[in-house]
Design a protein around this ligand. Structure first.
Ligand SMILES: C[S@@+](CC[C@H](N)C(=O)[O-])C[C@H]1O[C@@H](n2cnc3c(N)ncnc32)[C@H](O)[C@@H]1O
Length: 250
């Protein structure tokens, strides 16, 4: 898509006495409209391609799972060194379960949920390291038996994998899953290289985090992790440790 080179290229330069608008003017006007819509959508966290949810089943069936690095997330590992997490923990979109096993190894009682049966079967096939279990479930339509059950919910690469239009449903599920005063630990993708080519992963801005979580959570700590997978540029992630307010619904 080309950009205007000078004010004279812009639609505002039309001479209304010169007859009907030219094709060039119409094309420029359309480009301006598309750009405005894109900016508006981004400002409220909705992608232009918001009807394009990824086919996760197909990805696992084709063994096309580039997000799976074979080990737990380094920012999570680093956080746990100074903030041990115990009690009942939920990991939505757990994939093959590396983060779940890390948490279980450290003494938490962990449930990993994923919408894809093949991912859950592969996670279940790994020998247990502690008190962990894996279940097939749609986190965005969280079954009632999970409601109010968890002391902590650990987010890593589930939220960024969802279409931005699904974020409100995601936060509703987080609130449903947590006990009053429960904790939410997130590794957020604040920046995604070449995002203009489209997600997932979809990045999230500080303002979007505030808009989604600000009403119901207090942020206890926030940091930029110094350790990550080699493919993730340092500085592109944020670790947030939040607490669900006692007054929050769900
Ligand atoms: C980018 S992958 C990350 C997997 C894992 N957290 C990891 O880092 O390896 C996103 C995962 O979320 C799962 N997922 C997508 N939508 C979901 C939903 N509505 N409920 C539960 N899991 C979902 C996908 O099947 C996929 O395993």
């Amino acid at each position: 898509m080309h950009r205007y080179r000078s004010v004279g290229d812009s639609p505002t330069s039309i001479n209304h006495q010169a007859g009907p608008p030219s094709l060039h003017y119409i094309a420029n006007t359309l480009e301006l409209l598309i750009l405005s819509c894109e900016l508006l959508c981004r400002s409220v966290g909705i992608g232009m391609n918001n009807s394009m949810t990824k086919d996760w089943n197909a990805a696992y069936e084709a063994d096309d799972t580039p997000w799976d690095k074979g080990v737990a997330a380094p920012p999570l590992r680093a956080f746990l060194e100074t903030h041990p997490i115990r009690g009942r923990v939920l990991v939505p979109g757990c994939g093959l379960g590396h983060d779940v096993r890390l948490l279980a190894q450290q003494g938490a009682s962990v449930v990993g949920l994923d919408i894809v049966p093949k991912a859950v079967r592969k996670a279940q096939a790994v020998a247990a390291v502690g008190d962990e279990r894996f279940e097939v479930a749609d986190f965005l339509n969280l079954a009632e038996h999970y409601h109010g059950q968890f002391d902590t919910l650990v987010e890593h690469t589930c939220l960024c994998a969802l279409d931005p239009a699904q974020r409100v449903a995601y936060v509703r599920a987080v609130l449903q899953a947590l006990k009053p005063g429960g904790h939410y630990l997130a590794v957020f993708f604040r920046e995604v290289k070449d995002y203009r080519k489209g997600g997932p992963p979809h990045p999230i801005t500080a303002d979007q985090i505030e808009a989604l979580f600000g009403n119901d959570f207090d942020t206890l700590e926030s940091s930029v992790p110094q350790q990550s997978y080699p493919c993730r540029p340092l500085g592109s992630e944020e670790v947030r440790w939040m607490r669900k307010r006692d007054s929050a619904a769900g």
